[in-house]
Design a protein around this ligand. Sequence first.
Ligand code: FCB
Length: 477
Amino acid sequence: MWGAASAAYQIEGAWREDGKGPSIWDDFARIDGKTFEGTNGDVAVDHYHLFLEDVALMKKMGLKAYRFSVAWSRIIPDGDGEINPLGLDFYEKLVDALIENNIEPVLTLYHWDLPASLQERYGGWESRKTIDAFVKYCRALYERLGNKVQYWVTMNEQNVFIPLGYRWAAHPPAVTDLKRMYAANHIVNLANAAAIKLFRELVPQGKIGPSYGYGPIYPLTADPSDVLAAENAEAFNNEWWLSVYCTGKYPKFVMKQLKNLGIAPEVSPEDEVLLQSVRPDFLGINYYHGGTVKTNRLEKKDDTEKQFSKTDPYLMQPKSQQALTPETPMFNGVENPYLTKTDWGWEIDPVGFRIALRRIQSRYDLPIFITENGLGAADLLTPDKHIHDSYRIAYLEEHLLELEKAITDGVEIIGYCAWSFTDLLSWLNGYKKRYGFVYVDRDEHDEKNLARIPKDSFYWYQKIIATNGELLQEAES
Ligand code: FCB
């Protein structure tokens, strides 16, 4: 399934329309200095009003699947009170328009815009009340859309919103506390499991799974100490989340370190039962890049040592592990000397995509839905209104070729959603960093006309879809 993706807060706008309640991102963007140049999603790219125009463009492109997320506070404005029928109506209209155009809807239940009221009243994901609220919200969507939507994503990148929200304070609720981080993460795991459990009852024919931001971790050298450091980083950055999703169990190695330091989540026997009672139908994988590490042996320190930016979601900063073990820290992030980077400093690693897919399949043995992959850039609109984004085409082409190899290797892939369909708000870079196939004419503080202009990559992807990828093979030979 050739697709493209988006998320409610990043595209919809209409932040207080038709009964929508505020989300934690609406509030966060109102606090001075929290978001990039004070940008917010009040209008975003106004998809709420322009969705039919956007779906018409998807049809023109030949898209087979469209992944979007639902804004929880449109459905239940205060998070767990009255259901707002106008919110449900909006998503049903969107789903109907997609289906009429033969585009498979892929619905994400949680893409980071928690109703603000749940944060205020209960402390958001630090409270078990938020699990009940999430289940109530999911029920409303399963009941309304369960017979129309076949693919459902529970949590988007729990491994990103939890560290950024509770360790690095780059996302709301802007906490910097490891104990609270692990506690909130456990609550989200329970909510994820409870949502899947209810799904089995109400939408037995559908498919559901979380979307995980996976990046493979490499050792800098073949020195076994570096390899061990990479295993440590892989355990803390990936296994910690993926094992719970797939087996219902926390990995023992990481849990032991957390217990030693008194920051492990409290897991009751009932929690274990819930976590182990479900298994997703697929794993959603968002792939951008991985990370490279080396051992922390002091004599090995050199110039290549990299301080990961606090805001790079794909590898927790090595410092984050400093408190975690007597072998402080367990790994140091370094530059990978073999990889080039995007303008935003994200490594470009298409082979890592194949490695990622192979690792995940062999560890967890579930079909994989690629729910995000793409390149952010400051695209230029030419005076004659074109966007020549050859760099994006090259990026996507290289990744799709590796995806094809992974399929040949035996990895089971349900679909591929590029990030993103239209340009949209970047959580950390406002409207400056663009990802779309479709340019949207707006800048940081000026909404302009929000005109949609297909980029060169739009026409390229259109051809790839029309030939079911054959064009890729031609380009390779
Ligand atoms: C991912 C998010 C997505 C988008 C991309 C670039 O972490 O899931 O919303 O911002 O990064």
